[in-house]
Ligand binder design. Structure first.
Ligand code: ARG
Length: 444
């Protein structure tokens, strides 16, 4: 039981590349500082290269008695080169070792997620460009509110992804300090060159406090929180895809590749991929919660509780990478049913605000009064069973004499979206301009 509860090798074997890279950097520095002999370091580096080749070929043999990846590498090194292996751990502890390995791993994970987010942005941008003028209903409270363009709607998710990438970028910048050389908790009496190991491993600088270095997991928590927020955004888009694909909406058709059938109802095409992206966001939020709660009560410096930092991060990375790929694929391949979208956009008197705005602009009516007049026009249209644009001029003038035939120029959904030219608004011209900005920013 002790072996089982103590061991992390079943999951921390994913750190093997980072562990070997850290050991190489440490050994080379020990040599340069005259702490180890040239012969010993040559043997160590040679042995590490052999282990790297073995592990790359799937040759890592798990042994719970060896606890973790650090002991596995060190034990294998001893088998290969004998007693010199025991000198590698000079001026080092597994505490600074694991902190270094894990930072290196999270740094790569951030870079991979950033690439996934960039691909999603590119997919959204391409569809937004295609549909810069396509009209869909804009909702508030999931009630038809005002017509907007599909391009504008999709670009909203490009903005979310831009902020997500910013959060990962910020986390990466703070993460990029090297704990190696902090040893167990107090630093070491050996004359290390921490600048050198930091530079070799691509870090900006060594960490400044040895106690903090071995007990800080902010970098993992920041990764998890950025992943949780990204997952939350993906979940909102997934939810829209699910709603839009339902028959009463019928705004989109999902390709077969991203739908599944039912075992009993032959006609069904379920948006399972979108539902799982929505569902998985719960796991991403939970992973942040799990590690935050693990960390919150820990005194300085290292405690074994911290071994539980890895699984939430590995699982969140895998989950998020898969969700990003699935969402990108869905965005690239779904079909927009523009006729259904336009019809829905014209429903619910969605151009009522345009009538009120017209009264303000052309009739000099105060907005609150215009709002009231428009409400009466909506009631009249409702009673007549028609659209605002279909009300006879006589009816409109019966409601307010200041209305004239020019009002019909603003009551269509096309006129409505075209008029929304304020910066950041839904007009096709504005959407095209924002798409151009985003493409420049993304180097597309
Ligand atoms: N497997 C351990 C972890 O992941 C490595 C550090 C162990 N340090 C120790 N003092 N027991 O946290």
């Amino acid at each position: 039981m002790m072996r089982e509860i103590n061991a992390s090798i079943p999951f921390d074997k994913r750190l093997w590349r980072q562990d070997i890279a850290g050991s190489k950097a440490h050994a080379a520095m020990l040599r340069a500082q005259g702490i180890l002999s040239a012969d010993d370091v040559a043997a160590i580096l040679d042995g590490l290269a052999k282990i790297e080749a073995e592990y790359a070929g799937g040759g890592l043999v798990e042994d719970l008695a060896l606890e973790d990846i650090h002991m596995h590498v060190e034990t294998r090194l001893a088998e290969l080169i004998g007693p010199a292996a025991g000198r590698l751990h000079t001026a080092r502890s597994r505490n600074d070792q694991v902190a270094t390995d894990f930072r290196l791993w999270v740094r790569d994970a951030i870079d991979a997620i950033d690439a996934g987010l960039a691909s999603l942005q590119a997919a959204l941008l391409a569809r937004a460009e295609e549909h810069a003028e396509t009209i869909i209903p804009g909702f508030t409270h999931l009630q038809v509110a005002q017509p907007v363009t599909l391009g504008h709607h999709l670009m909203a998710y490009v903005e979310m992804a831009r902020r997500d990438r910013g959060r990962f970028r910020d986390a990466r910048a703070r993460l990029n300090e090297c704990p190696l050389g902090s040893a167990a908790l107090a630093g070491t009496s050996f004359p290390l060159d921490r600048q050198a190991t930091a530079a070799t491993l691509g870090f900006d600088r060594p960490t400044a406090n040895s106690l903090d270095s071995v007990s800080d997991r902010d970098f993992a928590l920041e990764f998890l929180s950025a992943a949780a927020l990204t997952g939350l955004h993906l979940s909102r888009l997934a939810e829209e895809i699910i709603i839009w694909a339902s028959q009463p909406y019928g705004f989109i058709a999902l390709p077969d590749a991203y739908s599944t059938g039912s075992s009993i109802m032959p006609q069904k095409r379920n948006p399972d991929a979108a539902e799982l992206v929505r569902g998985h966001s719960g796991r991403l939020l939970g992973a942040f919660q799990a590690l935050a709660v693990t960390m919150k009560g820990l005194p300085l410096a290292y405690s074994k509780d911290m071994q539980d930092d890895k699984e939430p991060v590995f699982q969140s990375y895998d989950t998020l990478a898969l969700c990003l790929a699935a969402m990108t694929g869905m965005v690239e391949t779904l079909t927009f049913r523009t006729d259904r979208m336009r019809a829905a956009a014209a429903s619910g008197f969605s151009t009522a605000t345009d009538l009120a705005d017209w009264l303000v602009r052309e009739g000099g009516v105060p907005f609150r009064e215009a709002h009231h007049i428009t409400g009466r026009a909506v009631k009249a249209a409702e009673a007549a069973g028609c659209d605002l644009a279909e009300l006879p001029l006589a009816t409109l003038q019966g409601i307010d004499a200041r209305i004239d035939e020019r009002v019909y120029g603003v009551l269509t959904v096309e006129a409505s979206v075209a008029s929304r030219t304020s910066y950041g608004g839904t007009s096709p011209a504005g959407v095209r301009a924002r798409i151009a900005d985003a493409k420049t920013e993304l180097g597309l």
